[in-house]
Write a protein that binds this ligand. Structure first.
Ligand code: KG4
Ligand code: ZN
Length: 360
């Protein structure tokens, strides 16, 4: 995401959006009229092929996107009750980065072909801006006019996903990234810990479920304690690699014997990771005088993160906008919203490829 972006809304627009930045193939068709959105369709096909590998293999992801995207397109058109050959759209919004290059390539190529065929422009969208603006959708209902929330004038956005962990200020519609992870993203750390605990990818929800069980049990003397990296650093950066390594060494020295051991590790990991994120977020909010927190990304679905932020919001007097659970993970609907807000249609396909940093 570039450092500063001006947002504005077009008057009325029907957008078909495409998301293929990682392992989800998503297409949605959405109608916007001023502040109102009508979701006509939102299809996501999540690739299951990676579950045994602990992470996403780019070449495999690309192959799956190529295989799936025509069907996802057909399904999105069918659900929106429009013709595949002429869906009557005004623009195509497509994720151009950040993400896995081979995966992005599939979405962008599909968008270019469609743009030429339908003679409509393309709106290049930053994936993280999609996550950021996803929290402006207050509920998830189809074929109904929904009022989008207004973008607050002074807000912080916390973006927590498998690829990114960012703190962003939003001041009068301008973004600025003020903090980021210096190594692993928090979702990536969840996935790596899941792998150490023998859980399948993506492991975030499974680790979180174990941690939840641990939270209702009394703390044992033998329970591990893991570090809170960069908790006291003066900046807003975060780090999760040291925490992950501490867990790796702990398991090497204390081999897992039973489910209780897994529960204890998962809970202590989640406590450590969430504590650092929440404390840095609170400090960002108080130092910038922000009134709102906009949450986004796959890890935004984490119940413990939500409950800790809820407490912080009450104590520090800020309001939280959560994305509805259907669009916390990667999806095309958030790309349509970002496309509408940051509406810069183009038919300059070469620029588009350069934006996505693609070598076609
Ligand atoms: O935003 P997302 O779908 O994809 C990226 O853009 O990276 O985020 C996926 C990440 C994965 O690392 C997954 O393990 C994590 O979000 N995740 C969670 C939870 N649900 C998904 N992490 C912790 N707790 C959860 N409940
Ligand atoms: Zn994402």
């Amino acid at each position: 995401m570039s450092e500063v972006r001006i947002l504005y809304r077009a008057q009325s627009m029907k957008i078909l959006s495409i998301e293929t930045s990682c392992d989800d193939t998503g297409i949605s068709i959405v109608e916007f009229v001023d502040k109102q959105i009508t979701i006509l369709s939102n299809i996501v096909n999540t690739q299951t092929i990676h579950s045994g590998y602990g992470g996403v293999f780019p070449a495999m992801a690309k192959r799956e996107h190529i295989k799936n995207i025509p069907d996802v397109y057909a399904e999105a058109c069918e659900m929106a009750k429009v013709s595949k050959d002429d869906p009557k759209i005004d623009a195509i919004a497509v994720t151009v980065g950040p993400g896995l290059e081979p995966s992005l390539w599939v979405g962008i190529t599909f968008a270019i072909e469609l743009s030429k065929k339908l003679n409509v422009p393309i709106i290049p969208v930053n994936h993280m801006e999609g996550h950021l603006l996803s929290s402006l959708l207050p509920n998830y209902e189809f074929n109904k006019k929904i009022n989008l929330r207004d973008l607050p004038e002074h807000a912080i956005s916390l973006l927590v996903s498998g690829g990114h962990t960012q703190l962003i200020t939003i001041e009068n519609s301008k973004y600025k990234i003020i903090g980021t992870t210096v190594d692993d993203a928090v979702g990536e750390a969840f996935d790596k810990v899941a792998r150490m605990l023998g859980l399948t990818y993506p492991g975030g929800p499974a680790v979180s479920k174990l941690a939840e069980q641990g939270r209702i049990l009394p703390k044992q003397n033998s329970s591990p304690t893991f570090p809170r990296p960069m908790l006291h650093s003066k900046d807003f950066n975060l780090s999760f690699s040291g925490l992950k390594t501490a867990i790796l060494y702990f398991i090497r020295d204390n081999p897992i014997k039973n489910e209780d051991d897994k529960i204890a590790i998962a809970k202590e990991f989640e406590d450590a990771a969430i504590e650092v994120i929440v404390k840095k977020t609170i400090r960002a909010i108080s130092e910038t005088g922000s009134t709102h927190l906009l949450l986004g990304g796959g890890v935004a679905a984490n119940k413990y993160l939500q409950s800790e932020l809820e407490i912080a919001g009450k104590e520090n007097n800020f309001e939280i906008y959560y994305p509805v659970k259907e669009i916390t993970s990667d999806n095309a609907l958030m790309i349509a919203i970002a496309g509408y807000f940051n509406n810069k249609p183009t038919k300059d396909y070469d620029t588009l490829k350069a934006n996505g940093n693609l070598k076609l």
